[in-house]
Structures are given as C-alpha cells and as structure tokens.
Design a protein around this ligand. Sequence first.
Ligand code: NAG
Ligand code: NAG
Length: 375
Amino acid sequence: MVPRRQEYGLKKTAGMRSGSVVNFRAAVNSGSVRRSSAVLPSVLTFLVIVASGGLLLMIEKGMLNSMETPSPRGSGRRLDVRGQAGKYGRDRLDVDVDSQILHEIRNRTIRTVCGQKNMPHSVWSLSPLQRKTLLQHILVNDQYRFLYCYIPKVACSNWKRVLKVLSGALESVDVSVKMNHHNDLLFLSSLKPEEIRYRLKHYFKFMFVREPAERLLSAYRNKFGEIQSYQKKYGVEIVKRYRKGLSKDASVAGDDVTFAEFVRYLLDEDAERMNEHWMPMYNLCQPCAVNYDFIGSHEHLENDAEFVLQRVGAPPHVHFPERQTWYKPVTTETLHYYLCSLPQKLLRELLPKYILDFSLFAYPLPNTTTEHCRH
Ligand SMILES: *[C@@H]1O[C@H](CO)[C@@H](O)[C@H](O)[C@H]1NC(C)=O
Ligand SMILES: *[C@@H]1O[C@H](CO)[C@@H](O)[C@H](O)[C@H]1NC(C)=O
C-alpha cells in the first residue's frame, strides 16, 4: 500500500527562513515525523560536518590549482564553520535526519560549494572528457520531459526499467527480463548541442545518490565477488600490481582481490577516467554544471522515487520496482568491518578522494578512529 502523501515545509520542523522551504512532498509515515526540538541540534551538527567537508575540498582544490585564492569573505565564512565543527563535534550526529531537512541541507551545500569561482557552472564549461562522461550518464524521456543522471550501484537498473516502461519498451517494471543497459534508452550524449541545451533548460532533472563508502563497498563485493569479466579485466591487474611477487605470474585469476587492494587501486586511478562503478558520483553527474531539481537518496529510495514519479506526471500504474530478491544490502556492521580493516594510511587518502561525494550530498565522513573501530 502506498502511504498517504503529505505536504510539509521546513518551517514546521526547524524554524528556518520560510523563503528557503523546498516544496518536497514526501510520503511520510507519521512515526517518522520528528519533533522540532530534537531536530535542530542534529541539523546544526549536520550542516557543520557538511561545511567542514566542503572546507576540506577547498583546501584540496586550492592545492590542485594553487594560483586560485578564495575571496577573503568566503574564507572567513569557512573558518567560522570550522570553529563550530570543533565545538559541536561529530559524535552527536543523528543520521536519521528528516529527509526534508536533508534535502534543504544538500541544496544549500551544493549552492555554496558550486558557487565557488573555480567550479564548473554549466555543461559547456566542462572539459570534453568530463562532458562526455556526464552526457553518457544522462537518460532522456521526452514524453514526460525529464532527465535522469544514473549512477551505477544506486538503483540505476530499476530506474532504467521505469524509463523503459514509460517509453513503452517494457510492459511492466516487474517483467523478469535481464536488464539491458543500453537498448531502448535515449542518452543525452546522442543528441545535438541545441537539443541538449533545450532539455537541460526546460526538463525536470534528477539523480540519486548513496553513502559513498557504501557504494564503493557494494561495487567491490558485486564486481569482484561475482562478476567474472571484472575479475579478468580489473582483478588480474590489481593483484599483479599490488601483491608482492605476482607481477609476472600468468596464473593470477583476479578472483580474490582484497578490499585493501581495491582501495589502493582506487587511489592510483584518475577520478575522471575510472570505471563508472567506482567513479565519484560527482564526476558522473556533475551537480555543479547541471542544476538538478531533485537529488534523491538511496537511503530513502522508495519515498524519493515515488516523489519523482509523481512530479514528472507518470501514470499511476507505473511504480518504482520493489527491491529484487537477490538484493544484498550493505549493513552498517559490514561497512564498519571493511572500513576498519583498512590500514589507516589508505583511509586517510580514500576519504579525500571522494570528498565531494561526501560533502556535496551531505554524508558525514565515516568515523574510522581506532577507538571507534575497536567496537
Ligand atoms: C534547491 O532549492 C531550489 C529553490 O527552492 C529548488 O528550485 C531546487 O529544485 C532545489 N534543488 C534540489 C536539488 O533540491
Ligand atoms: C568516533 O567514535 C568514537 C567511539 O565510538 C567517539 O568517541 C568519537 O567521538 C567519534 N569521533 C567522531 C569524530 O565522531
């Protein structure tokens, strides 16, 4: 049964400026509506973490193109934020933030970070390689006038099913056929520049994101645990590169890549040329260059997908598919186990590499202190 939809604004929950209310109509079950007093501190904490993630990014960016110095006003504001981060600390984070507030925070962070001078402000200011990657990841539906930027490991097969049903290529989302990821789908990359321009300007644009470390773990477990072509293509190379004494061994099968080896490989790869399953979400969908109207979360998949379908005016019989029976969720415990099993040195490099995914989409950095990992 579809829960009753309810419209609500931020004003109700956190007393923020009403001008910033996003009209996000979500299906909420009354149990998850939180009391305003409990919400506010976690929102603050959340904002602070996000902002400090943004700060990390600025530092990183600044180092990359060292001639760019941030404006004095901008840097003052960021320093303030860091001061607060110290005060509040991260331990009080309540991850179960109302999704309304999450959207608002995500929205503001993106506006703030993307507003920086050295960030891309349109598809046309991207490098040819960045633009190619982006346009190849945006799916078009002309009838319902929307663009969907897909990210592998974030329910993208299910969205592709929905798109095929909407275009009439598939009878129902529940038809049990193996997903073909290219047939019957229209990619923005196949259109002419003026057609691309028109759609970017007038269509409803959305994407879905997932906790970045969880997405990487999910890609690792799926590709290296189950898919032979990946073991052959990537696994063999990874083992030869990172396991001592095997660099010339012809018998390496690549079917036993460890998570630490996978992470070392990620660190050595160029984020703009990686395989899409582990390329940062930022590089796949370029949220600064494309002004997305909605960024849904894998963590709230059902409600967020329902919202999008309603927003684009999909017929009521088209619903978002249920999780497949073979779906293996990444549990908090599993993620904790894998992250904590990594050498600290790798962790310290991994998180900055994906810092835009954490900061722009408002995911707090995982706690990987030795203290936390002991539990
Ligand atoms: C951000 O907020 C603006 C203004 O409320 C809205 O138009 C836009 O769709 C929002 N974007 C996202 C990604 O939520
Ligand atoms: C990490 O977890 C430990 C132990 O659970 C806690 O004491 C510490 O404050 C946490 N650190 C952060 C930055 O959240």
